[in-house]
Structure formats: C-alpha cells, structure tokens
Design a protein around this ligand. Structure first.
Ligand SMILES: NC(=O)c1ccc[n+]([C@@H]2O[C@H](COP(=O)([O-])OP(=O)(O)OC[C@H]3O[C@@H](n4cnc5c(N)ncnc54)[C@H](OP(=O)(O)O)[C@@H]3O)[C@@H](O)[C@H]2O)c1
Length: 356
C-alpha cells in the first residue's frame, strides 16, 4: 500500500504539467458542453384535453417535442412525410409516454396539395387545435423544386408552413388561448429575401436559400403575430441552438473527409435532440408570465454576448387571470410588403425590407 502511494506521488510529481493541462482541458470541455446544452424548460404543466400538431415529428427536434407533449397528456398529431419512419416514431412515443392518443398524418410540405389535404382532414376531424408547431425543415439541399415549382428550401421551410398555418387559423382561433410556434434558426440573421428572384434561379446557393427561408419564418411570425393581436392566438419564432439531428444530411456528403471528421468531433459537443427541443417547448406551453424570463435567446446564447432579437421580445398582457391574454411584442416596424401568388386565390406575404 505504501509502495502504491509512493508510486502515485512520483507519477504526479513527474507529470504535474501534463496532468494540470489534461484537467483544465477536461473541465473546459465539460463547461463548453454545458454551455452548448442551453436551458431546460422545467414547467410541470399538463396538456390533457389539448391538441398539438407538429410537422416533421418523425425524428430530431420534432420527435422529442412530440414525446414531451404526449408525456403531458396532449393529443398529438405527428404530421410527417415519411409514413414508415413516422409510424415507428409514434409507436415509440406511445410506449414511452403511455399516451395512446398519438396520431400520424401524411404531410409533404413540398406539395401544396398535400398541405391542403392535411389541413382539410384536421379541420373536418379535430374539434380543436391548441398548439401548432411548424418544425419540419430541410437544409442545404441541391437546387430542387417543390411540386409547385418553388425552390425547395423556401417552399418547405416557409411556404408549406405558411399555407398550413393560414388554413388552420379558424381552428386555432376557436381553441384560444392557442399558439403557433415556428422553428426558425439564427441563420436568418444573415438572410435576405431575394424579392427579385425568390427561387434563386439566377445564382442558386444552398446556404443563401436556407437563410432566406429561415428569415421568411421570422418575418411571417412577426406579421402573423401582429395580424392576430388580441385574437388569443399568439405566435413565436425561435432558434433552437445547434443540435445533433439529421438536418445535415445534404451537407455532410459534400464535405471533404477531414471536414467530416472535424464535424463529427464537434457534434459530440452540440445539443442532443432533447436539449434542442427545450426552446420549442418553452414557446409552446410555458405560461405567459414565465415566458418573459428568460428570453428565448437566453436559452441558447448567453444574453450578454448577443442582444435579444426583436422576435424574442415578449410582452405580458393581462397577467393574473387563469387564461391571460398576451401577445408577442415586436420592436421594429416592417416597412415593405411583399406578396406573391400560390394559386389564383391564395397569396403569401412577407413583411420587411428584406432584412430582419
Ligand atoms: N439541428 C439544428 O442544429 C438546427 C438549428 C437551427 C434550426 N433548426 C431547425 O429545426 C427544425 C427541425 O430540424 P431538425 O434539426 O430536427 O432536423 P431533422 O432531424 O432533419 O428533422 C427534420 C424533419 O423535417 C421533415 N421534413 C423535411 N422535409 C419535409 C417535407 N417536404 N415535408 C414534411 N416534412 C419534411 C423531416 O422528415 P423526413 O425524415 O421524412 O425527411 C424531419 O422529420 C428545422 O426547421 C430546422 O431548420 C435546426
């Protein structure tokens, strides 16, 4: 025993510098991981009797969001493109939550007809819709087109959700207080709406397109929030952080091998899908008075390093009643209106001057 202690002491003395460096590196890695994980939504609110629709719920953030909602007793509609993946995910969610009220419905956001079909089915069969979570997304794909001829990322991330939300508005208004949660991204900050070439036909770049679509999510949220002011339907958009999901599926195959290795190493530090779902959950069911603090951005980025974005500024109204009416307050006015046509009798709009 004495020998062992002496050997240990010798070892520590000989490698003191190396051990100190390893300790600091280890603690820094843990601190970085903790920082990257962001905040956790700890509310114990139950959602019995509420109906939630989540797009893209078969994997990633959407699946974790669906599981949380099922755990809280909600009726969960998973609106998904890949029905096989969706049914497997729904089975897992039913088993883990013990909630049998988890449904799968077909939705391909790259087809406006599919969006209309889903919306019609929901309108005809659901008595209420309390929370609509526009979560599905596609990132950095090649220049693809939706069935209706729109550039894919803009079509799926924005236009499909735009049409879905507007088509379900009556049901949302019937179910007040209700919420619309749009999962955007911090990528919107560098985005621009290419009013003159919305499908980026002249010079397609997957990054430009993703940023444009995520900026469109923010501008749509902002405009919708203002149009729905005082209706009891409130609207949020959010950045969920950086999360280990399948979102990079179109990016990774295009990277050089060394970049893939670095990316794989970086991925061990980023959020898990459960951690990534926390901001969505925060927006979806946290009570109004709790939403004010912390600001959403604070859940993913330390507030001091970056000022809260306009779309994270929340304003409490009428707090103290059992169902307080409240709405999102937005800092900037939006000077220009952009509108385009989906079909002859549907139009989409984006408010703004092309930047957030
Ligand atoms: N992961 C991140 O770091 C990160 C960062 C910022 C923002 N976000 C946003 O978070 C949201 C969720 O992404 P995620 O990270 O969870 O990615 P993910 O694991 O790839 O999940 C994306 C979901 O969207 C669905 N989807 C894609 N195209 C669709 C279409 N045409 N119709 C219907 N559903 C479609 C996918 O279905 P299939 O499985 O059938 O393809 C999948 O269920 C996205 O809006 C994304 O932009 C993510």
């Amino acid at each position: 025993m004495q020998n062992y202690a002496d050997n240990m002491r010798d070892f520590v003395e000989k490698h003191a510098t190396g051990l100190a460096v390893a300790l600091v590196a280890g603690m820094s890695a843990l601190a970085l991981r903790r920082w990257m994980a962001g905040g956790v939504c700890r509310s114990r609110v139950r959602l019995d009797g509420k109906t939630v629709l989540i797009t893209g719920a078969n994997c990633g953030i959407g699946k974790e969001t669906a599981l949380d909602m099922a755990n809280r007793g909600a009726r969960v509609i998973m609106a998904c493109r890949d029905m096989t993946k969706a049914r497997i995910a729904a089975d897992e969610i039913r088993q883990q939550s013990g909630n049998g009220n988890v449904l799968v419905k077909k939705l391909d956001l790259a087809s406006l007809q599919s969006v209309r079909d889903l919306a019609k089915e929901v309108q005809e069969n659901e008595e209420r819709l309390d929370i609509l979570i526009n979560n599905a997304g596609i990132m950095f794909c090649p220049k693809w087109e939706t069935q209706d001829g729109f550039e894919m990322q803009f079509g799926v991330n924005h236009l499909g959700h735009f049409l879905l939300t507007n088509t379900l508005l009556d049901l949302l208004k019937k179910s007040t207080p209700s919420r619309v949660v749009n999962v955007s991204s911090t990528a919107h900050e560098k985005g621009r709406i290419h009013f003159e070439d919305i499908n980026l036909d002249k010079d397609y770049d997957p990054h430009t397109s993703y940023r444009q679509s995520k900026l469109a999510n923010v501008l749509f949220s902002r405009e919708l929030a203002s149009r729905l002011k005082d209706t009891g339907v409130t609207v949020y958009s959010l950045h969920p952080g950086i999360i280990r999901t399948e979102l990079g599926r179109h990016l990774f195959p295009t990277l050089a091998m060394w970049k893939r290795i670095v990316a794989a190493a970086v991925m061990t530090f980023v959020k898990s899908p459960w951690e990534g779902a926390q901001t969505t959950l925060h927006c979806a069911w946290t009570r109004a008075w709790q939403l004010k603090r912390p600001l959403l951005q604070a859940m993913t980025v330390p507030p001091k390093s970056r000022p809260p974005r306009p779309w994270t500024m929340l304003q409490r109204r009428g707090c103290g009643t059992s169902a307080p009416p409240w709405s999102v307050s937005l800092k900037h006015n939006t000077p220009a209106l952009f509108s385009g046509s989906l079909t002859t009798n549907e139009s989409y709009y984006l408010m703004g001057n092309g930047t957030a």
